[in-house]
Design a protein around this ligand. Structure first.
Ligand SMILES: *Cc1c(COP(=O)(O)O)cnc(C)c1O
Length: 385
């Protein structure tokens, strides 16, 4: 057994990132400026998207996208219970009503057929989440959205980089919000990016910085003017150049990070593939998975222990794991406000009770991966029914 505890998802920061941060600190400009702009340029060129704006979190990107899309009181936004609660909090922030629909049993992504049933005259948008980095089935959602005149705003927090029918998530015309939180595939400690059409991103840039017609860098730089106008009571969501310093090097390493993630997924899949007590994550043919999370599901009817006990057993073997996510409808605020019952979203709830996320990040050594595999198989052997 391991002697040291294996942390679930530590960041992988190299000397390049550290030098860039120090360079920024030695410069005259530490907040939004040339490096945030450069990061946007490199991010857009990686994805092949037409425009993007860097912000200080994915939550900020989602909130900005809802405001820029004109969504507010009286509107409904359809989303999934299997997400981090930020996806739903932002709907509350604009005064709209979140409408949850259940997920597909294989990917745990929002189920397009359920969306169709939930569309009402008040529906203004669908907010799908590319759970774990597996793209949602966008084609049928696009078709529904077109037929009913509703927008799609993608929560792409897990989806950098992933592809649907050969195209990067976030490279199309839907606004897509990415997260650079410490545990995500690319990190700036805290940070986010919103991609979309140039028109939407122009508005988002204004909304995300006080609603000002010109940003500070343009005002204070050579030839800048002191004059600006406030066009909207906007937010303070800008990314700093210190954060962008991390992003600039993380994005240059992302292909390497991703190939290591895929290797680890293969090691897990081949170790667990024959084990009838375990259900492995899927990757549908038409997608490229970002493998942000490796979500293992227990066939609890074949085991003498619950998922919670399984996690405790992993902890005893010094392996960190987690659960993504506690379904939105179980959180007291949402449960009480909308009267949601546990069984309202049966696929989400049943899977929540039997899922756990194993460590998956490019810092894992082959020995770390072997330790996780050994621990999982040991627990399974011990508690098999
Ligand atoms: C991490 C995460 C977010 C929020 O990202 P922040 O950058 O921390 O705001 C939103 N949605 C999902 C699905 C996430 O996992």
């Amino acid at each position: 057994m391991r002697t040291d505890f294996l942390t679930f998802s530590p960041p992988l920061i190299g000397e390049e990132e550290i030098r860039e941060v120090v360079d920024t600190l030695h410069s005259n400009w530490i907040t939004t400026g040339p490096k945030s702009r450069q990061f946007e340029v490199e991010f857009a060129s990686f994805l092949g998207c037409s425009a993007c704006v860097s912000v200080n979190s994915c939550t900020a990107a989602l909130h900005t996208a809802l405001v820029a899309s004109g969504i507010g009181p009286g509107d409904e936004v359809i989303t999934t219970p299997i997400t981090f609660v930020a996806s739903v909090n932002v709907i509350e922030h604009v005064g709209a009503k979140p409408v949850l629909v259940d997920v597909e049993p294989d990917t745990l992504n929002i189920d397009p057929r359920q969306i169709e049933r939930a569309i009402a005259p008040q529906t203004r948008a669908v907010l799908p989440v590319h759970f774990a980095g597996h793209p949602v089935d966008l084609d049928p959602i696009e078709e529904l959205a077109q037929n009913h005149g509703v927008s799609i705003i993608e929560d792409a927090a897990h989806a950098f980089p992933s592809k649907y029918h050969g195209r990067f998530i976030g490279s199309g015309k839907n606004p897509a919000a990415f997260s650079f939180y410490a545990t995500k595939n690319l990190t700036t400690a805290e940070g986010g990016m919103l991609t979309g059409t140039p028109d939407l991103i122009d508005r988002a840039r204004v909304i995300s910085l006080h609603g000002m017609s010109k940003d500070a860098w343009k005002r204070y730089d050579k030839g800048g003017s002191w004059y600006y106008e406030v066009l909207y009571p906007g937010f303070k969501y800008n990314m700093t150049d210190i954060q962008a310093s991390l992003g600039l090097h993380q994005i240059r390493k992302i292909e390497r990070f991703q190939s290591r993630r895929r290797q680890i997924v293969q090691m897990y899949n081949s170790a667990f593939g024959e084990e009838e007590t375990l259900e492995l994550p899927v990757e549908r043919r038409e997608v490229e998975h970002a493998w942000h999370l490796y979500v293992l599901r227990l066939r609890t009817e074949t085991l003498r222990i619950s998922r919670d006990q399984f996690i405790e057993e992993l902890q005893l073997r010094k392996i960190g794991s987690s659960v993504h996510f506690i379904p939105v409808h179980l959180h007291p605020y949402y449960r009480d406000k909308y009267g949601w019952k546990t069984q309202d979203f049966p696929v989400a709830y049943a899977n929540y009770q039997r899922m756990l996320s194993l460590p998956l990040n490019p810092r894992l050594t082959d020995q770390d991966v072997a330790d996780v595999i050994e621990a999982v198989l040991d627990i399974v052997e011990m508690y098999r029914l």
